[in-house]
Design a protein around this ligand. Structure first.
Ligand code: SAH
Ligand code: SF4
Ligand code: F3S
Length: 467
């Protein structure tokens, strides 16, 4: 479907008129969006902000001044849900201050019936929930709440039609970097993971819609575009992912295309070839979640590859793209993980020498097969996590040290937490800190690396010529 010419356009129009009238009366209506979770949620929040703007809401600096508050939640680990729930609880102050404030919850957490019901029963400040593939419904839900004095709260968790909704306006914070969602959902049902239950089955956008969006971004000066999907490389519509990448990067220009997250089972040689022959237009970086170095555990996780296949992909990537950075996700303390299984994960880390690892302590998710198994103790999980992090720090420092003395090209993102120190990313997605000015944001600069830690390269702008 397309939101243009749909019934939702009508509600956008009604809200726009309503909010404009309020503005003329001296009250600017403001919206605030909170985001938890992964890049997919960040991208969804950009669409929600786009919807809010088209409904005539200005952008609030915080929830305290907002008339419409949307919380975009995550369910991947217990911690993410707890954070969202406590934040939603806090919002009762805003509702007490101004009972007309509209509060809606979307994202993965509320695609679980149990959570939608919990919010309905115990969080009376919440007006509606809507599952992540149905954010286009937000205008209707907001309009109903505002226009209907007898409005009954609405708790929807199962409205996913399996379709993609095109045409939702997107509001991005910066113009030099952008996310473009190319597919949604997941069919893999890894035994530990809630995502397939909350995001539904895989569906891909048409290649022409994606290429048009990417081209429009590059036309307006965007230099760094990340194609997103829960399983980005299982993209399948009128072409496959490798073909999509090669069609996108036919375009000349100074830009880079990134993609995440990939699944090892969907990494054919053709995809590696497209990256290798893209003239640097596809990032020399591959994020390839391994999860465990033990074949027994991988089988139990339903990952559909073994360590041998994984290592073959790594070997091919390094043969064809010698400067490639390889990063991964690892779960520590999966049910039944023995000391020997865990050692195998450490062994593979020593062998591959990842540039970076996102490591997670296993968190049981209700409704997934692994949550039913006997669990490891928190102390075993914690101790393994510490060992894993210590090993990765050693590897990453050693790898990053090699960059000292070299010059890297960096796209400047903005000021870091330290005043006057700016951060940016290299083509390999390495984080670099250097002193710069606001004027440099969104530009490419050559930075000479002077020192390195496990996570950051520190340097200075090379041959600085300033007017
Ligand atoms: N679709 C992507 C990422 C999904 S979620 C992929 O398949 O790689 C991101 C990461 O969270 C996963 O790679 C996994 O390492 C981690 N994760 C997922 N479920 C988890 C759980 N129940 N406990 C701990 N980590 C989990
Ligand atoms: Fe979760 Fe596995 Fe799907 Fe990734 S591939 S989202 S880990 S079920
Ligand atoms: Fe969380 Fe949903 Fe992303 S569960 S990690 S926000 S896909």
């Amino acid at each position: 479907m397309d939101i243009k010419n749909s019934e939702y356009e009508k509600y956008i129009g009604l809200l726009l008129k309503h909010n404009e009238k309020r503005r003329e009366g001296g009250k600017e209506m403001l919206a605030y969006v909170y985001t938890f979770g992964c890049q997919q949620n960040e991208a969804d929040s950009e669409r929600i902000r786009g919807l809010c703007a088209s409904m005539g809401y200005g952008r609030a600096q915080s929830a305290d001044e907002a008339d419409l508050i949307i919380v975009n939640t995550c369910a991947v680990r217990e911690h993410a849900e707890n954070r969202a729930l406590s934040m939603i609880g806090e919002l009762k102050h805003r509702k007490a201050e101004n009972p007309d404030t509209v509060i809606g919850i979307c994202g993965c957490m509320v695609a679980q019936r149990e959570r939608a019901e919990q919010l309905k029963m115990r969080y009376h400040n919440v007006d509606f929930t809507v599952e992540p593939n149905s954010v286009y419904m937000i205008p209707r839900l907001v309009w109903q709440k505002i226009s209907d004095k007898k409005y009954k709260r609405s708790f929807m968790w199962d409205t996913d039609t399996g379709e993609v909704c095109e045409g939702i306006p997107v509001m991005r914070d910066v113009s030099h970097r952008a996310y473009v969602s190319i597919m949604y959902g997941c069919n893999n049902f890894c035994s530990y993971c809630i995502v397939p239950y909350v995001r539904g089955r895989e569906r891909s956008r048409k290649s022409e819609d994606i290429i048009a969006e990417v081209n429009a971004l590059i036309d307006t000066g965007c230099k760094d575009i990340t194609l997103l999907g829960q399983n980005v490389n299982s993209y399948k519509s009128d072409c496959d992912f490798a073909t999509l990448l090669s069609r996108i990067t036919e375009r000349e220009g100074d830009y880079i295309i990134r993609f995440m997250t990939s699944h090892p089972k969907d990494t054919p040689d053709a995809l590696i070839d497209v990256i290798a022959t893209s003239h640097g237009r596809v990032e020399p970086h591959f994020h390839l979640p391994l999860q465990s170095g033990s074949d027994r555990i991988l089988r139990d996780m339903n990952r559909k590859y073994g360590t041998e296949r994984y290592l073959t992909i790594v070997k091919k990537l390094r043969e064809k793209i010698p400067d490639i950075a390889i990063t991964t996700d690892i779960i520590v303390g999966y049910p039944g993980e023995s000391e020997e299984d865990f050692e195998k994960t450490l062994d593979i880390m020593r062998l591959v020498r990842f540039d970076m690892i996102y490591s997670f302590i296993y968190s049981p998710r209700k409704g997934t097969p692994a949550a039913e198994r006997e669990q490891l103790s928190e102390s075993v999980k914690g101790e393994r996590m510490r060992r894993l992090l210590a090993l990765q720090d050693e590897i990453a420092i050693e790898k990053n040290q090699r960059a000292v003395g070299t010059t890297v090209r960096v796209l400047v993102d903005g000021e870091s937490s330290e005043m006057g120190i700016y951060s940016g990313r290299t083509a390999q997605n390495k984080l670099v800190h250097f002193s710069a000015t606001e004027n440099d944001v969104g530009k490419y600069l050559d930075v000479e690396i002077e020192r390195a830690s496990a996570y950051v390269l520190y340097g200075k702008i090379k041959n600085e010529k300033r007017i």
